[in-house]
Design a binder for this molecule. Structure first.
Ligand SMILES: [Zn+2]
Length: 259
């Protein structure tokens, strides 16, 4: 009963960033780092209460490390830093992957900081013709090892996305998104209580959860925000085919090797 919990920041309770800059540049960032640790801790304690023997907390918001690790249950292991393949430490011996603080994918309306890897760079990503966000990509990487997504805590748009991709997953809605930088949030402590309960149910139900798989080789299509990015990719790698001015595509064999 081993689990890994990816922890991003934009989908946490009481996290909305601020107009005109990134979350990291906003006055909300220090709170996000605190709440990310609290929600991760709540998820881990729930999983342990449900029978987990190991929980890896993967601190993965851009610029990791982010979280205050002293706030995590001491039974946790922690994956942090950069320059490794997604999802660090995961193999086919795991019983589930969870998403805490993840957010809606690119191309989602009125969702807090909806993006796929970089809101400044991309309009959307598609795999095999289907738009995907960070939850679907990480779940598909886990799915290639037979590991199911079991838990999602996010804003209402992120939760709707998780339910659409992963029917039966345990979810907690941390806030109702009103805009890119606005929400009505649950109190951070109440969100944590709900995450603890949902994580416990996720551990207890993990054997009935189905892995999320995409069929390889994968047709990866990327639409950039700026034509010059698509120009540069085609010019510098040669491996990408041009779809239109903003959009490129290529076939990849392994999601884990690419992402
Ligand atoms: Zn993030």
């Amino acid at each position: 009963m081993k689990f890994i919990i990816g922890v991003d920041l934009e989908g946490l309770a009481c996290v909305v960033g601020a107009p005109g800059g990134t979350l990291n540049d906003s006055r909300n960032f220090e709170f996000a780092r605190l709440q990310g640790a609290r929600e991760a801790d709540a998820a881990a304690r729930g999983l342990f209460d449900g029978g987990a023997t190991q929980v890896i907390i993967w601190d993965n918001h851009g610029g990791s490390p982010n979280l205050n690790y002293d706030l995590l249950d001491k039974r946790c292991d922690i994956a942090l830093g950069a320059n490794f393949k997604r999802v660090p430490g995961l193999d086919d011996s795991f019983s589930g992957i969870g998403f805490v603080g993840y957010h809606a994918m690119d191309n989602t309306s009125e969702a807090v900081i909806a993006h796929t890897f970089s809101s400044a760079t991309f309009q959307w990503m598609k795999i095999n013709g289907q738009e995907v966000g960070e939850m679907a990509i990480d779940a598909a990487i886990a799915g290639s090892m037979g590991v199911p997504p079991v838990l999602c805590a996010s804003d209402d748009k992120g939760v709707a996305e998780a339910k659409r991709f992963f029917p039966g997953i345990e979810t907690v809605t941390t806030k109702q998104s009103l805009s890119w930088n606005g929400a009505i949030s649950k109190h951070p402590a109440r969100a944590c209580e709900e995450i603890h309960a949902a994580a416990k149910r996720a551990a207890q139900r993990c054997k009935e959860m189905k892995p999320f798989t995409l069929k390889g080789p994968y047709d990866l299509e990327i639409r950039y925000k700026r034509i010059e990015n698509a120009d540069a990719l085609v010019r510098n790698t040669g491996a990408w085919e041009r779809v239109d001015a903003y959009t490129v595509k290529k076939t990849i064999d392994s999601l884990r090797d690419y992402f």
